[in-house]
Design a protein around this ligand. Sequence first.
Ligand code: SF4
Length: 227
Amino acid sequence: MIAANKSRDAAKLLGILEQRYGKKPRPPGWSLVETLLFYVIYYSSGVTAARRAFKAFREEYVNLNEVRVSTLSEIRATLRMAGASDKTAVQLRGMLKQIFASENVVSLAGLHGVPADQVKRYLSRLDVLPVHAIDYLLLVKWDYPILPVDRQVARMASRLGLTGANTREVRAQKTLMRKVNSNSYYDFYTLFLEHASKVCTDKPRCDRCVVAKYCKHGRSHSGVKSK
Ligand code: SF4
């Protein structure tokens, strides 16, 4: 399949997923740390639980510094009450502790105005955030033209034939950034992530997949006819 066709395929798949799930609004004018906190919960538990958990953290804690000094049990309880996975408690508190250790305050306000590539290097050195979380932050807060790609999105793109077989995150990101319009990076990532976590999972439910007829893997595993 030539590159132009794959670009059209990516746009078509995006349209179908958008019809299925609806566009996800970008995070509002939250601080950088709030955006990261939201993303970590969103990534593990979906957007609805993340919104509830975010609200709970705002209402039940004086500020993010109080979250930092809270016990893991307290943070887990807040996450559970919001319907989010409590497994992210360690990562959330670790992230806040690392930011505090680096900045002497639970804030990344000092990064405003810093070029995106320097921000990426700085956040990578904190060693508590996966690359896709850093890329997400750069995309939504810096408007930096980067397409976050995590393990799930890379797997789904490979199954769909947008990338080669079993292409891992780094190579998948390079390939997808050539095929997806940069204006659609946010929609592509959020919609692919939603589908990959609900349907195109480790054991994909191809018989319930809205893009199965465009998917080589789906056609061979569900009996769906090709487009
Ligand atoms: S058809 Fe199956 S493998 Fe292909 S995208 Fe859908 S769930 Fe994933």
